[in-house]
Design a protein around this ligand. Structure first.
Ligand SMILES: Cc1cc2nc3c(=O)[nH]c(=O)nc-3n(C[C@H](O)[C@H](O)[C@H](O)COP(=O)(O)O)c2cc1C
Length: 236
């Protein structure tokens, strides 16, 4: 697929941001579906890769008619044909595809959900398919790599592999929705995690309310300049 280029009013061409979303076989395929939708709505291009485990999770968790072999139908990831124009789904084996190359313009790679197997292989530089290669390239090119692991409890092996990835520069963002936003639906929980992924990628969104200091916290302020209460009370 060709990249989207919008001519900006000042004559400088603006190129759409491009993200790779890798769906591995961890639980939580809904996070990926929502992320892809919101990225496309933001005007970004998305290149998706689904592992064999990822297909099975989409089938069993989301009830989608995912073929376990052969080409992956893009309409299973995104309903809306107008959004799908900016989605490319790559074959898992296609290590010649754009996400495999360090010279390709890719703004970030997200592995969501990330199985412990894919996490281990990426942590150890073992790229056996396009999904793992895209993550490996992101690390070597110092591009943003967001890994959304899902498993519980975690073994020492899992924890060590996450540490390796964090040390290599990845953002390890476990699928751990918080409850301080008072979620009422599964979609609220999904959006909590997807919002944190979008924050990590630097993509604007309005999926969740931003936390601000609760009135019950006892905070005083906002302070005008020169009115720091610690100073005026002689403290501090
Ligand atoms: C419905 C379902 C849920 C799964 N959930 C997880 C999970 O949360 N974490 C995990 O590491 N593996 C999970 N698995 C197992 C992985 O999909 C399996 O280990 C697979 O080989 C991973 O392959 P991949 O890393 O190439 O995607 C799940 C499998 C299925 C079918």
């Amino acid at each position: 697929m060709t990249s989207t280029t919008d001519a900006a009013e000042d004559g400088v061409s603006m190129v759409a941001r491009r993200f790779v979303v890798g769906l591995a076989g961890g639980s939580g395929a809904r996070y990926a579906l929502r992320l892809i939708e919101v990225l496309l709505r933001s005007g970004a291009e998305v290149e998706a890769v689904v592992s064999r485990g990822g297909r099975r999770v989409l089938l069993h968790e989301c009830g989608l008619p995912v073929p376990l072999t052969g080409g992956f139908p893009a309409d299973l990831l995104v309903d809306d044909p107008s959004l799908r124009v900016h989605l490319t789904v790559h074959d898992l084996a296609a290590v010649e595809a754009r996400p495999a190359s360090g010279s390709a313009r890719i703004d970030g790679v997200v592995l969501v959900p990330c199985s412990m197997g894919t996490l281990a292989r990426v942590a150890h530089g073992l790229s056996t398919n396009l999904l793992e290669r895209a993550a490996d390239v992101a690390l070597k090119e110092r591009r943003k790599l967001v890994v959304v692991p899902r498993e519980t409890p975690l073994s020492v092996v899992h924890l060590r592999n996450m540490l390796l990835l964090a040390e290599a520069g990845a953002i390890v963002l476990p699928a751990m929705p918080g409850f301080y936003q008072q979620p009422e639906t599964v979609q609220d929980l999904v959006d909590f995690v997807v919002a944190r992924i979008l924050d990590s990628l630097g993509v604007d969104h309005e999926l969740v309310r931003r936390w601000s200091t609760p009135e019950s916290s006892g905070a005083v302020g906002p302070f005008d300049e020169g009115e720091d209460p610690l100073i005026s009370e002689g403290g501090g």
